[in-house]
Design a protein around this ligand. Structure first.
Ligand code: ZN
Length: 124
């Protein structure tokens, strides 16, 4: 095969790959999650409605590691993902939904939450 032909073929494959990736991301952003709340308290029971993740904000939590010894700790570590229900406002946790956490970048946007800092209900 001639170099020119190879280059042409590679370009075509590249374009096809981009198209497929775009389609894949589009499909993934339509993945549905159900508002179930946290099951921590009665006031945290979700409304049961389903939402496409592409319409929700992904809340990336961080937890603080206290300092220890001379140089240990004093760091923030990435924790679980969460999302806030646009309908009832309940915070939903994703610690037991790794398949959804993997789709973090398919959410509408991502906000960072350090410790117990309050996050406004962006999707409301
Ligand atoms: Zn809800």
């Amino acid at each position: 095969m001639k170099t020119k032909k190879i280059l042409r073929k590679l370009k075509k494959i590249g374009e096809e790959k981009n198209k497929l990736t775009e389609k894949l991301h589009e499909n993934q952003s339509k993945t549905k999650v159900k508002c179930k709340g946290n099951h921590i308290s009665i006031s945290n029971v979700g409304c049961g409605k389903e939402f496409e993740i592409g319409k929700l904000t992904y809340i990336q939590t961080f937890w603080y590691e206290e300092p220890y010894g001379c140089t240990g700790g004093a760091n923030w570590h990435e924790g679980e993902g969460q999302w806030s229900c646009p309908l009832c406002g309940v915070r939903n946790r994703l610690y037991n939904k790794k398949e959804i956490e993997k789709l973090k970048y398919r959410f509408k946007n991502i906000v960072k939450a350090h410790g117990h800092s309050q996050i406004p209900d962006i999707d409301k």
